[in-house]
Design a protein around this ligand. Structure first.
Ligand SMILES: Cc1cc2nc3c(=O)[nH]c(=O)nc-3n(C[C@H](O)[C@H](O)[C@H](O)COP(=O)(O)OP(=O)(O)OC[C@H]3O[C@@H](n4cnc5c(N)ncnc54)[C@H](O)[C@@H]3O)c2cc1C
Ligand code: FES
Length: 470
């Protein structure tokens, strides 16, 4: 446990305490605050926020596609990677006012495998029964983190069912990757009766209450799981909103839950299921829709103004769907999605359950997630302004803010010891017996001004900046 600091979220005015050892996102989740997030691994940018006040933040490793350096410099941060070392005020770029206080308690649970069957040639249908605790409350569409046996790693998988009230049941649809750390273990070792441990629930891919809005679901691959959960919950709760589910697969052998989805259409009279194959082969005998799922949606839909859209699947599919849905008239803030980012390193075989991924793998992965600017449910006006105006109204410093340290502190600065890319390391100034640590972001003056003024740093535009002399 480290020191705790107060983190305030604007414009919602919520304050939480965050231990230095925790990320802001994790601390918020533990305190029932549902912040926007996706991968929790610094890859998807769903949790990107703006630091209004405070600058002493340490980031665990993240993708520079999710948070490019220029955005970091401007004051953006990733809440799933950010450890605070002082009190902070954070502006949430994306939040859902209806959901933000509705977080469910995060629990660690042990569950036993009830069944583990292939549902397509490369996806498995895993059913668990909770042992301890025997119930885990979650909202349909949420996910849990599975602990990979023999490692300290986790992998995220979405529930396909709706509740654990029926005997502690949890159901998943999991894609098996060649070399996938957890999925190979699932495919080749995990047997009925074995235990798994998991933590959750997480995620904000949940059905928003908007009785008059038409629903458009768009899924691909294992994105089936949370969408199935949402549709099952609609059927259970008698939510008969006009709804359509476009599901994309390559070939007929990639389709799953076909019978159940067609039956759901009987239970929900205003629901229709539109599977489409992008690479059907003659032997498939396919007479349904063909083409990329986004092309199929474009062919079927002429205007979606007023609709709510839910998109889930591999990142390229999600990225293709977002602009299309906007073009068709879905409001940005009514597009909800989970991007199934992969955790392991592309093309690098990982051992199954035999220790953490070798050093360097995460580095390689970190540059593979495309930047994405669609992570929004509700964006405050202030932020839109800031994105255009780049921190207008916030005083800046002409020189980089620095914090004085004793030279000895510069050698061993344990709070900066995380494995991520932190601020530039402290530099010793040997003749003075001092060192400076360049803080990451020149932004608000008050916090650092008292210690900076003496060094000649001034607010932008207030005169020449003397250099730090020895
Ligand atoms: C919120 C959320 C919910 C999810 N829910 C589900 C779900 O319900 N079902 C499901 O199947 N998945 C889901 N995922 C995705 C899943 O967590 C990842 O695919 C995970 O990496 C699989 O773990 P693994 O150990 O099997 O494979 P990993 O060891 O993580 O490796 C995955 C495979 O992908 C390859 N790979 C990694 N990165 C890349 C890349 N950038 N390009 C190409 N190949 C790459 C690796 O070489 C490896 O073969 C979810 C992800 C998120 C963020
Ligand atoms: S949740 Fe933070 S980058 Fe994905």
């Amino acid at each position: 446990m480290g020191d705790k600091h107060v983190v305030r979220f604007e414009p919602v005015g919520i304050e939480i305490e965050v231990d230095e050892d925790q990320t802001v996102l994790r601390a918020a989740a533990e305190q029932g605050i549902m912040l926007m997030h996706g991968c929790k691994e610094g890859q998807c940018s769903a949790c990107k926020s703006f630091v209004l006040d405070g600058e002493d933040i340490e980031l665990d490793r993240y993708s520079t596609f999710a948070l490019p350096d220029y955005e970091l410099e401007e004051g953006y941060t990733l809440l799933c990677r950010a450890h605070p070392y002082e009190d902070l005020t954070i502006e949430l770029l994306n939040y859902d006012a209806d959901m933000i206080r509705s977080g469910l308690p995060i629990q660690e649970a042990t569950a036993e495998v009830s069944s583990n069957e292939p549902v397509t040639h490369d996806m498995r249908h895993l059913v668990l029964r909770l042992k301890e605790p025997t119930q885990l409350k979650f909202f349909p569409g949420q996910y849990v983190d599975f602990h990979v046996p023999g490692t300290d790693l986790t992998r995220s998988f979405s529930m396909a069912n709706t509740t654990t009230k029926d005997g502690g049941r949890l159901e998943f649809v999991i894609r098996v990757y060649p070399g996938g750390l957890f999925s190979q273990y699932l495919d080749q070792q995990l047997a009925v009766g074995d235990d798994v441990t998991l933590t959750g629930p997480f995620g904000v891919f949940t059905l928003r209450d908007a009785p008059d809005a038409r629903l458009v679901f768009l899924g691909g691959g294992a994105g089936m799981a949370p969408i199935l959960s949402l549709l099952r919950s609609m059927a259970e709760r008698g939510i008969d909103r006009p709804a359509v589910y476009y599901y994309g697969a390559r070939r007929r052998r990639d389709l799953c839950f076909d019978t159940e989805l067609r039956e759901l259409a009987d239970r929900l009279p205003r629901f229709s299921y539109v599977p489409a194959l992008s690479e059907p082969e003659p032997g498939d005998g396919w007479e349904g829709e063909t083409g990329l799922i986004t092309d199929v949606v474009a062919r079927h839909e002429s205007g979606l103004a007023g609709a709510d859209a839910y998109v889930c699947g591999p990142p390229p599919m999600v990225e293709a769907a977002l602009p299309l849905l906007e073009q068709l008239g879905v409001a940005q803030k009514r597009i909800f999605y989970d991007k199934f980012t992969t955790t392991g390193d592309a093309g690098t075989p990982l051992s199954t359950g035999a220790g953490p991924a070798p050093a360097g793998q995460r580095d390689a992965r970190m540059r593979q997630v495309p930047d994405d600017d669609h992570t929004r449910t509700q964006r405050s006006e202030a932020c839109v302004h800031r994105r255009g105006g780049r921190g207008q109204g916030i005083p800046r410093l002409d020189g980089p803010p620095v914090q004085l340290l004793r030279a000895a502190e510069a050698q061993a600065d344990p709070l900066r010891g995380r494995d991520g890319r932190g601020p530039a390391g402290p530099q010793a100034l040997p003749q003075s017996g001092l060192a400076v640590r360049v803080l990451r972001r020149p932004r608000r003056l008050p916090a650092g001004l008292d210690r900076l003024e003496g060094l000649g740093f001034r607010p932008a535009g207030t005169g020449p900046v003397p250099r730090l002399g020895r």
